[in-house]
Each structure stands twice: as structure tokens, then as C-alpha cells.
Design a protein. Structure first.
Length: 100
């Protein structure tokens, strides 16, 4: 995962979760931060280098280690591409999934 993508993921995480912004700015475009219907988690769809990505706030009610961190008060956002998990950002640190 290249540094530009990591920086973009951290920027989206910061704007959506820390700043609680109604929209995030990615590559000079504004993308609305919406809430999911069931759990009211923050979600933002955006494009990066022509790739459609989604940032989704971690549901603290699941049994994953990321949910455990969210329950402990950490700000956790998962990032997906084409329905597959790409990376997670926890308190400003990017953890990529697999070799993508």
C-alpha cells in the first residue's frame, strides 16, 4: 500500500471521526458522511486514483479485536474496496489487510 493512499485513509478517518465533519474532502472533492440505517455508524464513499472506496466506522457491538478497541474508546474506521476489506485506521495508524 503506497504512502499517498495511507495518507488519504488517515485524512478521511480524521475528518469523519475526529472532526465529525458532515462531509470529507478527498482529491478536491467533497463526499458526504452518512449514517448507516441500522447502527447509525458513520460511512463515507469516495474515489481515490479512480478506485471507489468506502470508509465505515467500526461497529463496537461485534466480536472482533477492532470492535474491542472501539468499545475501549478508540476511533476505528474500516476501509473497503469492491466489498473487500482494504485497511483499518485506529487512532491515526493504518493497518493494511493482505498484499494489496
Amino acid at each position: 500500500m503506497d504512502q499517498k493512499l495511507k495518507d488519504t485513509l488517515v485524512s478521511v478517518w480524521r475528518q469523519a471521526l475526529l472532526e465529525d465533519a458532515p462531509a470529507v474532502e478527498v482529491e478536491s472533492r467533497r463526499c458526504a458522511v452518512r449514517r448507516t440505517s441500522r447502527h447509525r455508524l458513520r460511512q463515507v464513499d469516495f474515489a481515490f486514483d479512480g478506485q471507489e472506496l468506502r470508509g465505515l466506522e467500526q461497529n463496537p457491538e461485534t466480536r472482533s479485536r477492532w470492535a474491542q478497541m472501539a468499545r475501549a474508546g478508540k476511533k476505528v474506521m474500516q476501509f473497503l474496496s469492491s466489498g473487500r476489506y482494504l485497511a483499518v485506521v485506529v487512532d491515526g495508524k493504518v493497518t493494511p489487510y493482505g498484499d494489496r
